[in-house]
Design a protein around this ligand. Sequence first.
Ligand SMILES: N[C@@H](CCC(=O)N[C@@H](CS)C(=O)NCC(=O)O)C(=O)O
Length: 205
Amino acid sequence: MKLIGGFGSPFVRRVAVSLNCLGLDWEQEAISAFDNPDPIRKYNPLVRVPTVVLDDGEALFESYAILDALDEIAGDAKRLTPASGVARRNVMRLTAAASGTMDKAVWAYYEGRFHPAEKVHEPWIEHNEEQVMGGLGYLDSCAAEAGQGWLAGGDRIGQADVSATVAIGFANRVRPNLGVLDKFSSLSAFAARCEAMDEFASVAP
Ligand SMILES: N[C@@H](CCC(=O)N[C@@H](CS)C(=O)NCC(=O)O)C(=O)O
């Protein structure tokens, strides 16, 4: 299958890491939605990345929907989000905190990137940054509780681990002013452990 988008996008990257963890065959088409929208529009009416094109041409978009489909394709023994019950809800809650953090870091970043300087609204940036700190603070306390284990427990990596690791790395890159690695030392140590794995290192931003 084909994954469209660059690893600078946290949403693309969490899909790429997940593909690696699930052991699925894939290749990247590193197209930017802003610089080269037409090849993406062919598969995704929203013209956003990540967009995934399965081998038979079926298109998937929105990272949560892509991840859900990939878990199903890989099968129950490999899935990164449990199929049901409290275990599923726990992974979903942590993953939602991580993907919400990604959203908010992107919004804070886009405010400066896509507005002329005189139209940048600092209070809006600060509002989004506060939410980034809220999401990472929550994941940091979960990482402290997890110790050397995985964020949602269990004996192997899951989606909460993938998304939380990608989220703090992205927030650190686009909002260096927030000092997230120092402020959230448990999550930062957890993420460093994950980033050392091939599944992450091979898809570095
Ligand atoms: N909720 C979407 C967010 C995807 C997203 O924001 N992608 C950005 C790159 S980080 C993008 O394609 N931006 C182009 C645009 O929205 O116009 C997902 O989870 O897939």
